[in-house]
Design a protein around this ligand. Structure first.
Ligand code: SF4
Length: 496
């Protein structure tokens, strides 16, 4: 148990953020007394006070006789109320992290960048004219990143800037959700519906989706927007039958693909949904990038996580994809799957090496609240943090061996071992959509059940999220409401 007393501020969310990166399975309780009721608990006292032109953050960490006090003085923050709070929150995190580093002797590689998109900070500083050297100093100093992570962020930002600059608020990307899968993976937190149980709704769902696509197209085209990238995800879009998939691709081409469109990706994630006809259909429809995702090439793991396909089916799917002309294939793998050791991860990486994908996305298992793995709890054969680091390093080594470089990254809450997800690719095969969604300088219009639109107001440096209903049944039955909300959101974007 960890008890926390806050004084002079109410930044409990930020305190939890930092604490959970150190103590991911401990109960954390905010208390109203300055002194711990129970000396067996770890006690943290975090305070903030103003002193002339400065603001002083102080953090005391105490457990039994062990005691650490860290005090830090910063200049008062400037800007509006919201901006000031943002800056104070960062200062608080810096102070708390410094105290915890001293108390535990352990450094967190990502420092106070506990959010999902650490590279965004780098883009912001580059946009403000800071040099790479200055940024690295800031990242390792105030943000307290390790030198390796700071360099990684800078490397990725440099690749991304070749693609995402100049920012242009008349260009958007489109995400289309097909929220059906053959089975539900145990770690899944996406709005996915098992096709055996929900597939009878697919036609009705697609009709609503086409209506949504038409309305969005009319609105955007009427206001002079062009579509830079299209991404069909889910779910597993290729679980649709041949006629449904053909129709979907035609509708997408009609509404969103033009000479301005630089990329058209389809998640062909589960190899058990693929055959020659579907893969040929994707190619003929102008799809430029697909993803075929084994996650692991160990059959026992695949069975354990509910994938219900074999490593051999993955190999067959890659062969079929190549023979139908696909030349940009991404592969997703997951590090930290329960029951896997380093040898099993290396087996997956060896298989990846042999299949020669153009992209490799390395996820570190995050136990999301919505996933079955989280509900199951108990002893699932969780991989220890130290082992995860070795696996992540092995993946980076193999990506290098495949001639790939990292080009985007994101973190997730509840990630095992406080690691990150990294997208690698052979230079020239980067996924523009992935970079745009990560760096949030372009609006993404999400269509279909569970799709999230991100409306970017560049001039105001502001972002609005617009979520579609997740459940397929409700998406259909409340479609009028879905459309009303979507058109209002788009009108705000266009007027902004
Ligand atoms: S394939 Fe992806 S979307 Fe489908 S159940 Fe598995 S994790 Fe979820």
């Amino acid at each position: 148990m960890i008890e926390v007393f806050l004084e002079g501020h109410d930044y409990s969310y930020e305190v939890l953020d930092i604490l959970s990166s150190y103590f991911d399975r401990e109960t954390i309780q905010f208390v109203h007394e300055k002194d711990p009721a129970d000396s067996r608990s770890l006690f943290i006292h975090s305070s903030m006070a103003f002193d002339a032109g400065d603001v002083v953050f102080k953090c005391v960490v105490r457990h039994g006789d062990a005691n650490v006090t860290e005090e830090k003085r910063f200049s008062r923050a400037g800007g509006g109320e919201q901006e000031m709070r943002k800056q104070y929150k960062r200062m608080l995190k810096n102070n708390l992290l410094t105290a915890l580093e001293a108390f535990t002797g352990k450094k967190m590689p990502w420092g106070i960048l506990t959010g999902i998109r650490p590279v965004k900070v780098v883009h912001k500083l580059l946009d403000q004219g800071f040099s790479e050297e200055d940024i690295q100093d800031r990242l390792t100093g105030f943000y307290r990143l390790s030198v390796d992570k700071a360099k990684l962020c800078l490397e990725i930002a440099a690749v991304e800037r070749k693609y995402i600059l100049p920012y242009d608020d008349r260009k958007v990307s489109v995400y289309i959700s097909i929220p059906f899968c053959p089975t539900r993976c145990s770690y899944c937190s996406f709005p996915s519906h098992e096709v055996g149980k929900w597939g009878h709704l697919a036609d009705e769902y697609l009709n609503c989706l086409y209506e949504e696509m038409d309305s969005v197209y009319n609105k955007l085209a009427g206001a002079g927007y062009s579509i830079q990238t299209v991404y069909i995800g889910g779910g597993t879009p290729t679980v649709l039958n041949h006629a449904q998939l053909k129709d979907l691709l035609e509708q997408v081409n009609r509404c969103f693909v033009s000479g301005e469109t630089k990329e058209f990706t389809v998640e062909a994630g589960r190899p058990d949904t693929l055959d020659r006809e579907k893969l040929s259909m994707l190619k003929a429809a102008g799809v430029t990038r697909i993803s075929i995702n084994p996650q692991s090439m160990n059959s026992a793991t695949l069975e354990r996580i509910g994938r219900r396909h074999t490593p051999e089916e993955v190999v067959r799917a890659y062969d079929l994809a190549r023979s139908t002309g696909h030349s940009n294939i991404n592969m997703d793998i997951i590090i930290g799957l329960p029951g896997e050791d380093i040898d099993m991860v290396v087996k997956t990486l060896d298989a990846a090496l042999a299949l020669k994908p153009e992209g490799l996305t390395v996820h570190t298992l995050a136990i999301k609240r919505a996933s079955r793995l989280n509900e199951q709890g108990g002893d699932m054969g969780w991989v220890e943090e130290d082992e995860i680091s070795g696996m992540v390093e092995a993946a980076a080594y193999y990506a290098g061996k495949m001639g790939m470089k990292p080009y985007y990254l994101y973190k997730q809450r509840y990630m095992v071992g406080n690691h990150e997800n990294i997208g690698y690719s052979i230079p020239g095969y980067e996924c523009l959509y992935n970079m745009q969604i990560m760096e949030e300088k372009q609006s993404i219009i999400g269509l279909g059940a569970g799709a999230v639109s991100k409306l970017v107001f560049l001039k105001e440096d502001r972002l609005e999220r617009l979520e579609n209903i997740k459940n397929v049944e409700y998406y259909i039955s409340r479609f009028g409401h879905v459309m009303e909300k979507k058109l209002l959101g788009l009108a705000a974007l266009i007027d902004g």
